[in-house]
Ligand binder design. Structure first.
Ligand SMILES: NC(=O)c1ccc[n+]([C@@H]2O[C@H](COP(=O)([O-])OP(=O)(O)OC[C@H]3O[C@@H](n4cnc5c(N)ncnc54)[C@H](OP(=O)(O)O)[C@@H]3O)[C@@H](O)[C@H]2O)c1
Length: 252
């Protein structure tokens, strides 16, 4: 039977590119996200190649997550790779000008959502054992501070530490856990962050070479298909044209 990958946030960006990458290699796909029309379009595109099951899912809703996992059809139940990819940043403004609701949405999605899906699939992954993997999409924002990152960076620091801690508890089960932490990548991420400001999104990516969704999908596939005895704990990947900058100093 084909290996199964369960992808959150498969309607766009990294998640959608990962669905295509894993399909190219013959994996069966469980694709999830909130936008049903996009899931259906992706399922239509890929189901000629591989078995595809799609389910609308808001990762913030723990009951919905449990129900989607419980309803996985035969052939999709034995999930070998969980791609915990769904996530978002909101409000790239200074903390003092951000709506509390935006902070809550990031925590509910990037932290609680990721935990909901992990909890629902953990026993399945342990059953699959050797070669199974959880790939949590973190961010360079989880390691490095920058203005306007506030709670977003905080949620991704959680993803990193949760991934490391899972490794400790899963020792002996064969299940690998990776914090995959990208730098700037051109997806719908900035459009979401700016609440639909296409010009701001275009400005951010203009004149440089950001990572593409396909670049990250390739990393995901590489991590998931390493020999069983290899676990990459963390990958931090930036485009060559991105680096850190000097400390900021407040002056008179
Ligand atoms: N692009 C970057 O520069 C970058 C860098 C580092 C890390 N990341 C991380 O990479 C991951 C993927 O982002 P992306 O760049 O591919 O952005 P994207 O194109 O906006 O895709 C985000 C995906 O997350 C899904 N999602 C958001 N909220 C959700 C919810 N409550 N329930 C279920 N799905 C939800 C969206 O699907 P629906 O809206 O259909 O639900 C969408 O498929 C995120 O965790 C992000 O934080 C991105």
């Amino acid at each position: 039977m084909a290996d199964v990958v369960f992808i959150t946030g498969a309607t766009s960006g990294f998640g959608r590119a990962a669905a295509r990458r894993f399909a190219d290699a013959g994996w069966s796909l469980v694709i999830t996200g909130r936008r049903a029309d996009r899931l259906k379009a992706l399922a239509d595109e890929l189901s000629a190649k591989v078995p595809v099951h799609y389910a609308t899912l808001d990762v913030r809703n723990a009951d919905e997550v449990k129900a989607v996992v419980a309803a996985l059809p035969e052939g999709f139940k034995q999930v070998k790779c969980l791609l915990n990819n769904a996530g978002l940043a909101l409000s790239p403004n200074p903390a003092q000008s951000v709506e509390l609701e935006d902070w809550h949405t990031m925590i509910d999605t990037n932290v609680k959502g990721l935990v909901n899906v992990t909890h629902a699939l953990l026993h399945t992954l342990i059953e699959v054992g050797a070669g199974a993997s959880i790939i949590n999409v973190g961010s360079i924002a989880g390691q490095w501070p920058y203005p306007g990152s506030h709670v977003y960076g905080g949620t991704k620091a959680f993803v990193k530490q949760f991934s490391y801690n899972l490794r400790c508890d899963l020792l002996g089960t064969g299940v690998r856990v990776t914090d995959l932490a990208p730098g700037i990548a051109e997806t719908e991420f900035t459009l979401v962050r700016t609440k639909g400001d296409q010009a701001a999104s275009d400005r951010l990516y203009r004149g440089t070479t950001a990572l593409s969704a396909e670049d990250i999908a390739e990393q995901m596939f590489y991590i998931a298909t390493l020999p069983d005895h290899i676990c990459i704990n963390r990958v931090e990947v930036m485009p060559t044209r991105q680096a850190w900058s000097a400390f900021a100093i407040d002056r008179d």
